[in-house]
Design a protein around this ligand. Structure first.
Ligand SMILES: Nc1ncnc2c1ncn2[C@@H]1O[C@H](COP(=O)(O)OP(=O)(O)OP(=O)(O)O)[C@@H](O)[C@H]1O
Length: 745
């Protein structure tokens, strides 16, 4: 409802005015505080020598915290809150009017909240969708009471534009507010949805930290958005409860997508989250970033016209590399590798055997088993050194014994007094020198022994495992010879070009773990994995190793599993094989992105999938144009028509082509007439402008006001192409246009 027509308009207008005035006052105070702190720091700098002086560090921290506060005030000023809930706690006659906003704002002078943070426990009742009697979990326990009013506001630039009241009595959630928010146009960045989080989404966001969550959601159901809101929520809760900073991580499919989502977390007050791709993370940890390139052309290859048998082999290799069977083979390999790793030699000093090779092997195999190999070797060597040093007296005894015999011999056999005495003295000196040299000799013996060990190198070992005989031996009859030879030949050919594929990353990281360990093991308090259907079980196994307990949020959509050759087969398998069956599974069926007309069309497409378990999307009641399906005579007509549609449009438009090749062709034709059009490739990390040409596989996760599909008839009915087409047609918010020349099914 237009704000000015609402019965409480004057009251609400006054409240907004007061809140903004209060914020302005706080901004002025914070700016003043900033200047004082700045002055203090420069004065302290003159007094102390080091920038690391405790006083400077403390003052800088205060300055940073003040700047953070100031930033929040400034960001809140134009829109301090988006909702209000009136709550009467049981046993209390007073009704509290709680204004909910993106950032919690506190009046420190009067010690009372001005705006409640959307992540705070009490804000739960605003989102919970329940009317009347409700309860929420506060740090001091369950609080119950009654909701008297739930109100939403549309505020722009400090102006109250609309007020929406939820009809509590009829238990109907008024969708007007949501629909009005969905009607806005798309941006190059994903936005926060704190004002319109829905009940089912709120339940996911607020699920406990220690639980693995698997969210299967239809296209546009807000998976990415709510996974990031959940992260912001968990960080907020964790800091409140523990008062300390932890490590958090978001794993996304590619850098373009990372850039698309990169604003949300800082915008929600979660600044220090590592947002990365599995590829970048694995390359960094294994240290092979500089040595190799990652080939990213498999999807183009699978869409190309290579013989079907060749494509099948490629898929088989990818699947194998992402499987837990491969992990088990690597485990078997390392059980034996120990024997190869330890050198086959004794340790001796001056020709005396101190440790036999058999003794050494036994000692190594039985000790420090919990350590990765490199550290295990280091510990073992230092253990040997210590043992030898402790045995120094024994070695000295041996030397003394040897010299005593020599001296006795001289004494018994040399008659000349002078000669005898000088010989004896010489022997004493030699003996003392030899005893004095013992530590040096021990060091040398250990050093010689240490140098005989194989140098550990992740890539070399991976190559070694990918050898026919090795793979055959350690797969223990679980893979046929023909497949083994195919896997080995395929991998060797790629490695010989100094490349690897995405699918090699998990096994490489696992080999690295055996050799050098994972420094990040158990480091992250929570990890979000987006587009998770494209991650193999092997990748998940490794992700699970770097997170504390089971704290992972896994979001994805099997209907969009375009990398199914390397992804999981089913959420159930993932849960059972990697998460010990302990994950909580949730399904999101409502789709928020596209209009009813676009989603109905998309549903009719995905209906053709052989996978009958795919759940169809239920669009939010927002209507628009029916998708246009246009037949064109030839390529020239296609370009002509697209150009006519792209003129001077402020909205975002993506021309989504099936392949990279087609994207390049269309881009070349359009750029002559359109200046601000960008071609997106797998190397693109950021782009400006509102019009892009993009291959279908890269459009996943993104959204645009309008989507144009110039080659709708080029998609055939294989599962991969059906999914690619589905991904492409579920990207638009408002308009979808499809062109075809020949046959369009
Ligand atoms: N509760 C909500 N209120 C307003 N907008 C929402 C809500 N939930 C989702 N959206 C919007 O729906 C769109 C789709 O969200 P998002 O990209 O997170 O979905 P997704 O499930 O990850 O999509 P896909 O799998 O198709 O990439 C975004 O524009 C998002 O802002």
């Amino acid at each position: 409802m237009k704000a000015s027509e609402h019965p409480s308009y004057n009251e609400e207008k006054q409240k907004l005015h007061e809140t903004i005035e209060w914020i302005e006052g706080e901004i002025a105070k914070s700016e003043e505080e900033g200047k004082i702190l700045e002055k203090k720091i420069s004065e302290t700098r003159k007094e102390v020598k080091s920038a690391l002086d405790e006083r400077i560090v403390l003052q800088k921290q205060l300055k940073m915290s003040n700047e953070r506060k100031l930033r929040r005030y400034k960001e809140s000023k134009n829109k301090p809150y988006f909702g209000r809930v009136d709550f009467k706690e049981d046993g209390d006659n007073k009704i509290k009017k709680l204004y909910i906003g993106k950032y919690g704002l506190n009046d420190e002078k009067h010690d009372e909240p001005v705006v409640i943070d959307w992540r705070s426990p009490i804000a739960d009742i605003y989102y919970s969708g329940e009317a009347g009697a409700v309860s929420y979990k506060s740090p001091s326990g369950e609080i119950s009471g009654e909701i008297k009013l739930k109100r939403r506001y549309e505020i722009e630039e400090g102006e109250l534009l609309n007020i929406f009241d939820e009809k509590l009595k009829e238990m109907i959630l008024d969708d007007e507010f949501l629909t009005s928010s969905l009607e806005k146009s798309a941006d190059n960045r994903l936005k926060d949805i704190v004002a319109t989080i829905q009940k089912e989404q709120n339940d996911i966001i607020r699920a406990p930290l220690d639980r693995a969550l698997i969210i299967q959601g239809v296209a546009g159901s807000g998976k990415t958005t709510i996974a990031l809101h959940r992260m912001a929520y968990l960080i907020y809760q964790n800091q409140r409860n523990k008062g300390r900073e932890d490590y958090y991580m978001v794993i996304a499919p590619n850098k373009l997508f990372l850039n698309y989502i990169s604003d949300i977390l800082p915008d929600l007050g979660a600044d220090d989250v590592l947002q990365t791709t599995f590829e970048d993370y694995a390359l960094k940890i294994t240290g092979i970033k500089e040595k190799l390139k990652v080939a990213n052309d498999k999807i183009s290859y699978l869409l190309g016209d290579a013989p079907i048998d060749e494509k099948r082999k490629t898929i088989m290799v990818s699947r194998f590399k992402g499987s837990l069977l491969f992990k088990a083979i690597i485990d078997n390999y390392f059980k034996q590798f120990l024997y190869k790793y330890i050198p086959d030699c004794d340790i001796n000093i001056d020709g005396n055997i101190i440790f036999t090779s058999i003794e050494l092997k036994k000692l190594f195999i039985e000790n420090f088993v919990y350590l990765p190999l490199q550290k295990r070797k280091e510990q073992f060597i230092s253990y040997l050194k210590n043992r030898l040093k402790k045995n120094k007296d024994l070695i000295a005894d041996g030397i003394e014994k040897e010299y005593s015999e020599k001296i006795r011999f001289v004494k018994d056999n040399i008659d000349d007094n002078e000669v005898r005495q000088s010989k004896v003295i010489e022997l004493y000196e030699l003996r003392d020198k030899e005893i004095g040299d013992i530590p040096v000799k021990i060091d040398k013996a250990i050093c010689d022994y240490s140098e005989k060990w194989i140098q550990l190198d992740t890539l070399k070992i991976y190559r070694d495992i990918m050898d026919f005989e090795t793979l055959k031996k350690f797969s223990c009859g679980k893979i046929e010879d023909e497949k083994i030879s195919c896997i080995c030949d395929y991998t060797k050919a790629i490695l010989d070009k100094d490349k690897i594929e995405n699918e090699d990353l998990a096994p490489l990281l696992y080999v690295h773990k055996y050799l050098f360990g994972l420094d990040d093991a158990g480091k992250f308090a929570h990890i979000v994995v987006d587009e998770a259907q494209d991650f193999s079980e092997f990748k998940f196994y490794l992700i699970k190793r770097i997170v504390k307990g089971d704290s992972i949020t896994i979001v994805g959509d099997v209907a969009q599993g375009i990398y199914s050759y390397r992804g999981i087969k089913s959420w159930g398998d993932l849960n059972n094989h990697v998460l010990n069956g302990k994950a909580t599974y949730k399904m999101l069926k409502k789709s928020y992105r596209s209009t009813v007309e676009i989603m109905e069309y998309a549903n009719s497409v995905i209906d053709k999938s052989k996978n009958k378990s795919i759940v169809k999307a239920e669009p939010i009641m927002r209507h628009g144009d029916v998708p246009e399906i246009i037949r064109i005579r030839d390529y020239d007509e296609l370009i002509y028509d697209i150009l006519n549609n792209l003129q001077d449009d402020e909205l975002t438009t993506a021309i989504i082509c099936k392949t990279d090749k087609m994207s390049k062709r269309i881009y070349e034709s359009l750029k002559k007439d359109i200046d601000d059009i960008t071609l997106i490739s797998d190397k693109t990390e950021v782009y400006k402008g509102r019009k892009i040409v993009i291959p279908s596989y890269l459009s996943k996760g993104l959204e645009f006001d309008t989507v144009i599909i110039p080659d709708a008839d080029s998609y055939n009915d294989t599962e991969l192409e059906l999914k690619l087409f589905y991904v492409a047609i579920t990207r638009p918010l408002h308009k979808l246009k499809l062109y075809y020349t020949n046959l369009y099914n």
